[in-house]
Design a protein around this ligand. Structure first.
Ligand code: 5GP
Ligand code: ZN
Length: 116
């Protein structure tokens, strides 16, 4: 059995508003937003990590990035946004289904993580 929370959202077992969907990906709102607007874009195919992707999968990722850029104005992000992928433990990845954080709706400062 697949215990992945994002697979359950993709399958509809956990209901969630979809801000965008196609055969490859969905976009949902983050349940615990870290910016005025905080969405998650994720491939429907389950990859635990960016490092799990093959060359062919990476082409899919390119299309996902292009789709994010295309729909950003509809998400209220026409003035700019930041994309983040947390890969692995040092980055604090908590859900092991590859996803891209899309954050904006405000001016975003750029933290100096060395000082954290
Ligand atoms: P990570 O730390 O793995 O890069 O990010 C996981 C993100 O998923 C977190 O920002 C967290 O708030 C979000 N999240 C975790 N569980 C759920 C959920 O059930 N629904 C939604 N919409 N977001 C979730
Ligand atoms: Zn999954």
């Amino acid at each position: 059995m697949n215990d992945c929370v994002f697979c359950k959202i993709i399958d509809g077992a956990i209901p969630s508003k979809r801000y965008y969907e196609d055969e490859r990906m969905i976009v949902i709102a983050d349940i615990d937003p870290k910016a005025a607007k905080h969405y998650l874009a994720m491939p429907k195919k389950h990859y635990k990590l960016l490092s799990e992707m093959t060359e062919a999968d990476r082409n899919d990722l390119g299309v996902i990035f292009a789709t994010i850029a295309r729909i950003a104005p509809e998400l209220g992000l026409g003035n700019g946004y930041r994309l983040v992928i947390n890969q692995g433990d040092d980055a604090g990845q908590t859900v092991f289904h590859l996803h891209i954080h899309i954050m904006g709706g405000q001016v975003l400062d750029f933290p100096d993580l060395k000082k954290a």
